[in-house]
Design a protein around this ligand. Sequence first.
Ligand code: 1CP
Length: 340
Amino acid sequence: MSPIKECIKRKKVNTNPIWIMRQAGRYLPEFRKIRKKNPDFIKLCLNKNIVPEITLQPLRRFDFDAAIIFSDILMLPYGLGQNVKFTKGFGPSLDKTSIKLMKSVNKGEFFKKLNPVYKSLNIVSKNKLLKNKDLIGFVGAPWTILVYMQNRQSPKKTKALNNFSFKKTFTQTEEIKVIKIITNFLKLHIKKQVENGATLIQIFDSWAELLRTEKAREKFIYRPNKELVDYTKKLGVPVICFPRGVENYKRFCNVAKPDAVSIDYNVNPKKIIKQIDIPVQGGLNPKVLLGDKDKIKKEALKYLEIFNDHPYIFNLGHGILPETDPEKVKYLVNLVKDFK
Ligand code: 1CP
């Protein structure tokens, strides 16, 4: 059994398994070289000749316990007929969408558009480098996808301006309908990833923090995550949820019941360990990796020690920063592997 699965199943492990969110991205010079030659990001995600190699790049350097397929959560709006473009320094820009447009997309068309993603998973799943390691497939959670589909750009851009507001395309009643459509297509996307070799699914609810009341979180975060968690478990694959900034992680875990929960860097690890008993992943602030080795050691050991008697997958509290020196990643991986 892979180290991450052993940890999730609460088997005694000698060392903590480790992988890093966004591990296959912009901080690696070998990725930047490929990216330079492929200016269209969506096209790159759909290139089955290149994606398997990008997915494996971090494993060629570091002893991670998993690879994550090189793709994006915004492949879902793309599959639903909403074009997505990435501009340097700005991030994603999405075309307008409507319920009518979404409803006009059938399963067959959706699969056809995203087929290269599944093909890449299939290819990479057969690689020897993945022996006894997991291949992580992923989706954005329905709420986070809805935010991008409506706002049509990163909420980061509007956050500072007017206290987390974002552009609305849909009325409140429509929002619930759209969440249902999104959820159904997310299920298909999960199923296809699993059929093509994903051994673990992570659900990113990166914009959970935008919802400020329990009532709204119940409707848009807890229950939609639960629906995807139940669905993924039925496929026989473990599922990790990352409801970034959700505030009430306890309630989230009680309702959604993922196999493990990934915590963001604002979560107090000492407090969370008293509140939840499922396996925990992540937490370390990605900025720590920009500091010197002493600082990295101090901060990483803090998490390792707090979670010494709790099933714990080492990871960061959000994606690795593009300016991170790969040498620091190597240092962190060795530190985690040498602990205990
Ligand atoms: O190793 C990996 O994780 C690579 C695969 C991967 C994943 C899991 C990418 C490649 N993106 C994602 C997930 C993702 N994408 C999330 C959830 C994780 C998180 O919260 O960070 C989100 C919110 C996105 C949306 C997205 N795609 C953004 C963020 C925009 C914002 O609102 O801040 C950006 C910048 C992208 C583009 C992107 N996706 C992935 C890469 C390597 C890049 C950079 C593209 C480039 O080179 O310009």
